[in-house]
Design a protein around this ligand. Structure first.
Ligand code: PPS
Length: 571
């Protein structure tokens, strides 16, 4: 491959896209190549390699570059590079890939954005990477957790030939390669550009920071948010971009450009700040804003921050000359009531009162449907957030009844179904065990695997209903704790998950034996019957637990309704 020589982060970008002819030839050849299916994170790295955001890198790092990068933030040739851009694979994959081979890099659908000419396959030391890159081995750090618990044990390094960029369908007019952005600057006559990185919605404090930075650097603004959800509680990308589009209108006309960056953040604090600065240099920025705790994951379980609040800014300033970008460090901004404006904490005049809202408090208010003060965020931004994150009484939720056969799950579920229909307001779906086994899982039996698959299917349907703000009422036995836990974690991303343990004792269920199943199970005519010769793992922390021994179904359902009312899901 013909790689042109580049000065580090200079005018020349290293784009790894081949021409159409070579692309077609590679596609043809790739039928014989081994294939690596990339995760979403790896695809982001690949995309940024291909479009020149990671210039001067020419592929995934080989050991020769990886080790000095980890050790002292230098590529083998001495160029500053703070974080490994390395492709991890599993033990099994590593065993079938050899240096000298070319492999196809594909997404989960089989689409092939690029090929990799393998130079190196090696087992890397996760501990050293954690210590050096993240400064900690604590898995409370999301980057470290990811490294230890989700990454393969080997890296595959080599040069990349890009054939076609990974596809994006949303907000396409706001996605640009570094070259495209540079061309836009030239067209608009922008010579000085300050870059702003964020993974949160733009509230007034951040807005004020960007305005101040623009004034300080006499520059236009590249608002360059990362469009990958970093932590489960982060605001989803679609809502966030709608917020940026609203904030956009608050800037003076023709002063800023909004571009979305598909970067997989590592939350590596100071080292990551350097990576962010390098990327922005490649995007033609002359200046870059580094805020408090930039790219930091907050505090560990003991409440101690992983990185000092100003560590990232210090690191960025120390390397600014080498990167070739001006760093604008920003201290925390607070709202000054008397002046009705934002100021860095250090500049607040005496006798003035300040106000602030932590991000956590803001999220709590948003989710509870409480008022967000106008000084905190523009009303149109808040309106977008409220549309994306309605208060609980407008969110969807799943009622997940679990318990033994004959415990009364279906009856309670039916009563709840009728009650919710009475209330109206939200669409309701009843996913009773029998209905599901008839319509979704008719081929399944009662082995551990089959039960798990059955319950996961129910969880999937319920999560879709919850996402669309409806009510899903499920009533399978769902005997295994681990499976219930998995379903909960998916559904809680979209709305409420209310586990209702229908905790009627086995003797009572067996005494009822409406379908005569227990008798058959005791007689050995049915094998693996829950509670008889197959386990039922009781929930540890169900939201509601009801024993229907001496309760009518309506009374039992009432317990659930009271819980929902208390928690704000119905009002
Ligand atoms: S599971 O474990 O969640 O997949 O079970 P589920 O889909 O709720 O199905 C439970 C109903 O199927 C009948 N049945 C059995 N239950 C338990 N164990 C075995 N081996 C079994 N074989 C059939 C049983 O009548 C359950 O009905 P419900 O409505 O729960 O009483």
């Amino acid at each position: 491959m013909n790689h042109h020589q580049v000065e580090p982060y200079g005018g020349t970008l290293v784009e790894l896209i081949v021409d159409a002819e070579r692309g077609a030839a590679l596609k043809e050849l790739s039928r014989a190549f081994p294939r690596i299916t990339l995760t979403i994170r790896q695809l982001s790295d690949l995309e940024l390699l291909m479009n020149g955001s990671f210039s001067p890198l020419r592929g995934f790092m080989t050991r020769k570059d990886y080790e000095p990068v980890v050790d002292r933030m230098r590529l083998a040739d001495g160029t500053l590079w703070p974080i490994p851009i390395a492709l991890d694979v599993s033990e099994a994959e590593a065993a079938r890939i050899e240096p000298g081979q070319t492999v196809a890099l594909c997404d989960a659908e089989g689409f092939m954005p690029a090929v990799l000419h393998v130079e190196d396959v090696w087992r890397y030391d996760k501990k050293i990477e954690a210590e050096k890159v993240y400064g900690t081995m604590d898995t409370a750090h999301p980057g470290v957790d990811f490294l230890f618990n989700h990454k393969g044990a080997h890296y595959v390094g080599g040069t990349v030939e890009g054939i076609q960029q990974p596809l994006h369908f949303a907000y396409r007019r706001h996605r640009h390669s570094p070259a495209e952005v540079r061309a836009l600057y030239a067209k608009l006559g922008w010579r000085r550009i300050v870059g702003f990185q964020t993974r949160h919605p733009l509230h007034r404090a951040q807005f004020e920071i960007t305005l101040r930075a623009m004034a300080e650097a006499k520059a236009n603004l590249l608002l360059h948010p990362v469009v990958r959800r970093v932590k489960p509680n982060d605001i989803d990308t679609y809502t966030r971009v709608r917020c940026y589009l609203e904030a956009y209108r608050r800037y003076p006309p023709n002063m800023m450009l909004l571009s979305l960056l598909p970067l997989s953040m590592r939350m590596a604090g100071p080292r990551e700040a350097l990576l962010h600065a390098i990327i922005r240099k490649n995007y033609g920025c002359t200046h870059f804003i580094v805020g408090q705790d930039h790219a930091g994951p907050g505090a560990d379980n003991g409440g101690n921050p992983f990185y000092a609040p100003d560590a990232a800014a210090k690191a960025a300033v120390a390397h600014a000359g080498e990167i070739g970008i001006g760093i604008l460090p920003f201290a925390e901004m607070v709202y000054v009531k008397e002046e009705d404006t934002y100021m860095p904490v250090s500049e607040v005049p005496e006798n003035c009162t300040t106000d602030g809202l932590s991000r956590e408090e803001f999220h709590r208010r948003l989710r509870a449907g409480r008022r967000i003060p106008e000084w905190y965020s523009f009303p149109e931004v808040v309106a977008e957030l409220k549309t994306g994150y309605p208060p609980r009484h407008r969110q969807g939720f799943t009622i997940f009844c679990t318990g033994l056969s004959g415990a009364g799950k279906s009856t309670v579920a039916k009563v709840l179904y009728a009650r919710f229909q009475e209330i109206g307001k939200r669409p309701v779906t009843l996913l009773d065990g029998d209905i599901v086994r008839l319509n979704l899982s008719s081929e399944l039996g009662f082995s551990r695997e089959d039960r798990d698959l059955n319950v996961r299917r129910i969880g999937f349907v319920a999560s879709e209903i919850t996402k669309n703000r409806g009510i899903a009422i499920c009533a399978p036995i769902a005997p295994y704790r681990q499976t219930r836990r998995q379903i909960r974690s998916v559904i809680e991303q979209y709305g409420g998950f209310v586990e209702v343990h229908v905790n009627t004792p086995l003797e009572v269920c067996e005494g009822r034996d409406r379908k005569g199943m227990y008798a058959k199970a005791r007689a050995g005519l049915i094998k693996g019957f829950t509670g008889v010769d197959d386990p039922y793992e009781s929930p540890e922390q169900a939201e509601v637990s009801i024993d229907t021994t001496d309760m009518t179904p309506s009374e039992a359902a009432q317990e659930v309704l009271l819980f929902l009312e208390r928690e704000g899901y119905i009002k």
